[in-house]
Design a protein around this ligand. Structure first.
Ligand code: UD1
Ligand code: CA
Length: 453
């Protein structure tokens, strides 16, 4: 079997994005644009990947540092042909080389595999992937000869009026016999409207050298959609979101309204979980099966077990066990770590705290920097006073503790196993096990209040 390599062209600035961020690092579906491309290339079975970088090179290399790519720098962006030349020393000349841009996040491994099969069947020296678009504006046009073979590719800016009418466009995705294309690239010239070294011209050169140059026309035109500005970025986002929702639904997740449900590519969700509308699930989030999530819920970088319900809540960097009930209107912040069967009710905020099995914080509480044991009940309006203006302190509530409503727990403080605090108490000292701690003035009753003056 032939050996495969790939070159991802990603040195351009992406001027039309009007952004400080390099275009290919703009995100859609939770990943930078070029990460979708890297993912598809790897999924197609290609391991040797070179990325040509230039604008924002440090940022790009940093993002992809764990992806095992070889980076080559194109100091000046003199065109796609010039960009590919920079990879010459990093690619095995005997390999079959896939070349594609980093700004086409919709490319799927199935399309790459189909192109490889076609290239091999035809025993081609070069194969370009094309598609037909109702609006081909901006793309290079495929100009075919009388027999249907490729004559040349003409860029929009170089097209004559007839060529502008051609609907078949160059996807910018190619397969080449690596050694041959690198040899041919030295023959490129930049006598065109943009004064650039066009990679597209190399196909003509290869054909003149007697190489078999093929065009594979695909009808999956969505796959080659390029992002040049933020309008296209939003269009791509929508398509990625649709694809993600569809794949989840086909795996057994119910999504009540896919149009109002935003789930990143990075997210996994188990079967028989139901996602209600207006829910956003992002980052490294893993949700188990038989859960109910939403409506109007935001979850980021969070792990959730099975059979848990999250209603109308905001959750970030938390870990939630099985059979928990969260919300409505709960706010779980980084480090909220809930065991199984925990209940967190309305207007409860939890940060950097472990909550044990079967514990309940049903209403209106703030729990921060706390260690809460099993079967603890925290009454409405309880506050862990964890911050003195300078430092943060811990609160420990041991197993079976019952905190009366409207208790202030002034940390550092520990409430021993099985103890109770009276409603309205401000607890400043440790409470031993099995005790009752009350801290409040004895109630005074003034009779006949109307007659006092
Ligand atoms: C290119 C093709 C066009 C095709 C279209 C498909 C050429 C000359 N034209 O046009 O036929 O229809 O893609 O989307 O190839 N890049 C570099 N260095 C450079 C120039 C570009 O790395 O010097 C990278 C860019 O970062 C980008 C990719 O190459 O990722 C494509 O460049 P771009 O300028 O977007 O080419 P198009 O005009 O879209
Ligand atoms: Ca482009």
């Amino acid at each position: 079997m032939a050996k495969y390599s790939a070159v991802i062209l990603a040195a351009g600035k992406g001027v039309r994005m009007k952004s400080d961020l390099p275009k290919i690092l703009h995100r859609a579906g939770g990943y930078p644009l070029a990460a979708h491309v890297v993912h598809a290339v790897k999924e197609a079975g290609i391991e040797d990947i070179v990325m040509v970088v230039g604008h924002g090179r440090e940022q790009v290399e940093k993002y992809f540092s764990a992806d095992n790519l070889v980076f080559v720098t194109q100091e000046q962006q003199l065109g796609t042909g010039h960009a590919l030349m920079q990879a010459a020393d990093s690619i095995d000349p005997d390999s079959t080389m896939l070349v594609l841009a980093g700004d086409i996040p919709l490319i799927q491994s199935s399309t790459i595999k189909a192109l490889i099969n076609y290239h091999e069947e035809k025993q081609a020296g070069a194969t370009v992937l094309s598609t037909c678009l109702d609006d081909p504006f901006g793309y290079g046009r495929i100009v075919r000869g009388p027999g249907g073979n490729l004559l040349k590719i003409v860029e929009e800016k170089d097209c004559n009026p007839q060529e502008k009418l051609i609907e078949e466009i160059n996807s910018g995705i190619y397969l080449f016999q690596a050694g041959k294309v690198f040899a041919a690239l030295s023959g490129l010239q930049s006598a065109n409207a943009q004064g650039e070294y066009y990679l597209t011209d190399v196909l003509e050169i290869l054909a003149d050298q007697g190489q078999i140059v093929q065009v594979m026309l695909t009808d999956s035109s969505e796959d080659i959609y390029g992002v040049n500005n933020r309008v296209q970025l939003a269009q791509v986002e929508k398509i990625l979101r649709r694809r993600k929702n569809e794949s989840l639904m086909l795996e057994g997740v119910t999504i009540i309204d896919p149009d109002s449900t935003f789930i990143d590519y990075t997210v996994t969700i188990g079967a028989d979980t139901v996602i209600f509308p207006f829910t956003i699930i992002t980052g490294d989030t893993r949700i188990g099966s038989h859960c109910e999530i939403g409506p109007s819920t935001y979850i980021n970088d969070t792990i959730i077990g099975n059979e848990t319900t999250v209603e109308q809540s905001r959750i970030k960097e938390a870990v939630i066990g099985n059979l928990c009930t969260i919300g409505p209107f709960a706010y779980l912040r980084p480090g909220a770590n809930l065991a199984d069967k925990v209940k967190v009710g309305d207007f409860v905020e939890i940060k950097n705290s472990n909550i044990g099995v079967n514990s309940k914080i049903p209403h209106l509480s703030y729990v921060g920097d706390a260690e809460v044991g099993e079967s603890v009940n925290i009454g409405a309006g309880t506050i862990t006073c964890n911050y003195d203006g300078k430092n943060k302190y811990h609160t420990v509530l041991e197993d079976g503790v019952f905190i009366g409503s409207n208790t202030n727990l002034v940390a550092p403080v520990t409430i021993g196993k099985g103890s109770i605090t009276g409603a309205g108490s401000t607890i400043t000292r440790d409470v031993p096990a099995n005790s009752l701690a009350v801290e409040r003035a004895v109630q005074k009753v003034v009779p006949d209040r109307n007659k006092r003056d």
